[in-house]
Design a protein around this ligand. Structure first.
Ligand SMILES: NC(=O)c1ccc[n+]([C@@H]2O[C@H](COP(=O)([O-])OP(=O)(O)OC[C@H]3O[C@@H](n4cnc5c(N)ncnc54)[C@H](O)[C@@H]3O)[C@@H](O)[C@H]2O)c1
Length: 251
C-alpha cells in the first residue's frame, strides 16, 4: 500500500498501459483520476479498479488542447486537494511510412498529442506540485525516444522530445522536491502495437526478432516500473529515462 490516500492522475487511462497502471495504483491504495479522449472507455476502466465512487474521477479531455489540460488539472485538485503522482501517458502512433512519405499533417498530429500533450500536462501539474513541494511525474516515452526506427519518424521525434523535456523539467523543479522521470518501453502488447503491425504489413514475430528477451512487454510490467518510480523507493531518481525493453537497446 505504497500509495495509500495518494492522488494519481493518469492520461490515456483507457488504453492498454494506462488501464494496467491505474489498476496497480488503485491496488496500492491510491485515489485515481482517469483522463482520456474516450470517456465511456475510461468509465469502463474505472469500474475495473474496484474503488469506491468517491475515490476516483473520470475526465474526458484531449491532451493536445491546453484548455482541456487546465480543466483536468483543476478538476483533480478541486476533487482531491492535491496531485501526488502524474502519469503523463496518452499518446498515438502514426502510419508506418518513411519521412519522404510522411505528410506534414501526420507529423503535426503526432507532435500535438505526444509532445504538446506531455508539455501541457507537465506545465499545469508542475504548478500544483511545486506549490505542494512534493510530487512525482512519469512521462511515457519509448525505446523510440532512445534510438531511431525506420518508418516511424513522427513517433520517434515525439518520444525523443519527451525525454528532453523530462530531463529539463527535472532540473527545473528539483529544489521544489518534485521528481520527473520517463519510461521507455519496447513494444508492449496493446492495441497500439496491433495497429503498427497492421500498418507496416508485419506481425509480432518481425518485431520480437530484434528484442533479445523474445517477446513484447505486458502492460502490467510497465505499470510496475511506473509505480516504482512514483514511490518513495525512488526518492533519489529524477531526470532519468528508464528503458524497459528486454535488452532491445542494450546492444
Ligand atoms: N504499446 C507499445 O508498444 C508502446 C511502447 C512504448 C511506448 N508506448 C506509449 O505508451 C503510451 C500508452 O500507449 P498504449 O500502448 O497503452 O496505447 P493505447 O492506444 O492502448 O492507449 C492510448 C490511450 O491514449 C488515449 N489518447 C489518445 N489520444 C489522446 C488525446 N489526444 N487526449 C487524451 N487521450 C488520448 C487513447 O484514447 C488511449 O486510451 C503511449 O504514449 C505510447 O506511445 C507504447
Amino acid at each position: 500500500m505504497r500509495f495509500k490516500d495518494k492522488v494519481v492522475v493518469i492520461t490515456g487511462a483507457a488504453g492498454g498501459i494506462g488501464t494496467e497502471t491505474a489498476k496497480r495504483f488503485a491496488s496500492e491504495g491510491a485515489k485515481i483520476v482517469l483522463v482520456d479522449l474516450y470517456k465511456d472507455t475510461a468509465e469502463d476502466t474505472a469500474k475495473e479498479l474496484e474503488l469506491k465512487s468517491e475515490d476516483y474521477l473520470v475526465v474526458e479531455a484531449d491532451v493536445s488542447k491546453e484548455e482541456d489540460v487546465e480543466r483536468y488539472v483543476k478538476e483533480a485538485k478541486e476533487r482531491f486537494g492535491s496531485i501526488d503522482v502524474f502519469f503523463n501517458n496518452a499518446g498515438i502512433e502514426a502510419k508506418y511510412e518513411s519521412i519522404m512519405e510522411t505528410d506534414s499533417d501526420a507529423m503535426s498530429k503526432v507532435l500535438d498529442i505526444n509532445l504538446k500533450g506531455v508539455y501541457y500536462g507537465m506545465k499545469h501539474v508542475l504548478k500544483v506540485m511545486t506549490e505542494q513541494e512534493s510530487g512525482s511525474i512519469i512521462n511515457t516515452a519509448s525505446v523510440a525516444g532512445m534510438i531511431g526506427f525506420p518508418n516511424m519518424g513522427p513517433y520517434v521525434a515525439s518520444k525523443h522530445a519527451v525525454i528532453g523535456l523530462t530531463k529539463t523539467a527535472a532540473i527545473e523543479v528539483a529544489e521544489k522536491k518534485v521528481r520527473v522521470n520517463a519510461v521507455c518501453p519496447a513494444p508492449v502488447d496493446t492495441r497500439m502495437m496491433e495497429d503498427i503491425e497492421e500498418s507496416g504489413g508485419m506481425d509480432s514475430e518481425d518485431f520480437t526478432a530484434v528484442i533479445p528477451i523474445g517477446r513484447y512487454a505486458e502492460a502490467e510490467e510497465i505499470a510496475a516500473l511506473v509505480a516504482f518510480l512514483a514511490s518513495d523507493d525512488a526518492s533519489y531518481i529524477t531526470g532519468s529515462a528508464y528503458p524497459i525493453d528486454g535488452a532491445m537497446t542494450a546492444g
